[in-house]
Design a protein around this ligand. Structure first.
Ligand code: GTP
Ligand code: MG
Length: 441
């Protein structure tokens, strides 16, 4: 039972924090805590229902005694996991994308995750999906009007063409969202980065440098790392799952060859890969001048977007540093750095350049709610958006003579998008739009 300090009566003023004595209902002289209470009157509360929040001292005994007293009240029970959010969803306060965003916000460990979660929790994602859905419903309203009234007498000409051109624009917008290289999903769940290269190049040293601890074993013995070692790190605000792999070389050793196969698979499965090479070993003098000699077994794993770290710069001259970058550039490898993981030379530039390359790759702009931020952050969104795309395409492929079938495709497209937010039935919006639709002249 909560008793205001000043005896103002039992009905508290809503949305106003009041200092209270927390007492036992059957024995008001027994005070459990001295705290604060605020009454949120529905629907202006998180759950849209009436809510009372108690602010108590956080001692374990205080909390358990207050909870014990509360659970004796016939109308009180402890909330189930996620129950407040579930009630907020049922009350229409949040849609599913906001619920997901809220969960991600609580779990966010990096700046990128926080920003993308904030966009969902704050309703920006909801609004963007809703915009697409109401666009489709606008098309549907046109088509339904044709079905009900027929072109000519009651309804202006060209209504079907209008619906088609609007549907084409919407289809283009959806296709752009779908072609996002899974950026949103990657930012949310982490970029998979594979470090690869020949043995002894300094791959494990790089992992340790990024993790700022001795996570991997580093020795002068080539072939030290046998299996994949993965760590979740925050690099420039992005969650990155970094995998250190076995050095790639031809070997008869069974264990090492399994490790090498795993390394190759990790590189192929990664979102981004970083090749570590020992600068003095790959920069060789030939009769034609300096040349970049790639160790065997690497070429098939190198792509234009592969990042390069030429390590062990302490063992070569400054002119060699310039030469190696020039030669890498000539091969089309423009994201390359020279550093020494032993002496620390060049590592600051490498780290900032590497973080910038990640940001560029995943297009994480500076603006918190930039339109550049990817819309899709989960497979669930992608599935519904993909199905909306298919239905819209089916509408566009339907002959104008089959206007009833066309309307059905649009209805399915709108429903598919409605499943992302999980909130309103398509008919609700249709009624609203249709009401304002101009019929006749
Ligand atoms: N001189 C010099 N030595 C380095 C540098 N970075 C790493 N090393 C040394 O190179 C050796 C190999 O380093 P690792 O990090 O174990 O190399 P790796 O690529 O993981 O090797 P494997 O696991 O065998 O494939 C160790 O003795 C390191 O101390 C550097 O920048 N300069
Ligand atoms: Mg290693």
């Amino acid at each position: 039972m909560v008793r205001p300090h000043k005896n103002k009566g039992v009905t508290p003023e809503p949305w106003r924090m009041e200092r209270c004595r927390i007492v036992k209902p059957d024995n008001e002289s027994e005070q459990l805590d001295d705290g604060l209470a605020v009454y949120f009157r529905g629907p202006r509360s998180f759950t849209t229902e009436d809510v009372v929040e108690l602010h108590l001292h956080s001692g374990r005994a205080i909390i358990s005694s207050v909870l014990a007293v509360l659970s004796q009240l016939p109308f009180c029970r402890p909330a189930e996991a996620g129950e407040f959010t579930r009630r907020a969803f049922h009350g229409g306060r949040l849609d599913l994308t906001q619920v997901e965003g809220l969960k991600d916000l609580i779990n966010a460990e990096t700046e990128g995750q926080r920003r993308i979660a904030m966009m969902a929790a704050g309703g920006t994602v909801r609004a963007r999906f809703e915009e697409l859905r109401s666009g489709i419903i606008g098309c549907l309203a046109n088509v339904e009007a044709l079905i009900d009234f027929g072109e000519g007498e009651d309804i202006e000409e060209g209504v079907y063409e209008q619906a088609r051109s609007r549907a084409q624009d919407l289809l283009a917008a959806i296709q752009t969202h779908l072609k996002d290289d899974r950026r949103g999903e990657i930012i949310r769940s982490g970029v998979r980065l594979a470090i690869f290269g020949p043995p002894n190049a300094g791959k494990s040293s790089l992992l340790n440098f990024l993790a700022q601890r001795e996570a991997a074993i580093v020795t002068p013995v080539p072939g030290t790392t046998r299996d994949i070692l993965e760590l979740s790190l925050d690099i420039g605000g992005l969650p990155v799952i970094v995998a250190d792999t076995a050095g790639l070389r031809i070997t008869d050793d069974l264990v090492e060859s399994i490790g090498i196969e795993r390394a190759q698979n990790a590189v192929r499965a990664a979102d981004i890969s970083l090749c570590v090479l020992s600068l003095p070993e790959v920069l060789v003098e030939t009769p034609e001048g300096p040349s970049l000699m790639m160790p065997p077994g690497l070429e098939t794993l190198i792509a234009p977007e592969t990042l390069f770290l030429f390590n062990k710069s302490d063992l070569s001259s400054p002119s060699a540093h310039q030469q190696v970058l020039k030669l890498a550039g000539a091969r089309g490898q423009h994201s390359a750095w020279v550093a020494s993981l032993s002496s620390g030379e060049g590592t600051t530039d490498f780290l900032s350049g590497f973080a910038a390359a990640l940001h560029d790759r995943f297009n994480l702009g500076e603006d918190e709610f930039s339109a550049e931020m990817p819309l899709i952050t989960r497979e669930r969104h992608r599935v519904h958006l993909e199905s909306a795309r298919r239905f819209l395409q089916a509408f566009l492929d339907t002959s104008p003579a089959d206007v009833v079938l066309g309307a059905e495709e649009l209805r399915y497209a709108a429903q598919a998008l409605g499943k992302v937010s999980g909130l309103i039935d398509v008919e609700d919006i249709l009624d609203a739009v249709f009401k304002d639709f101009c019929i006749g002249k």
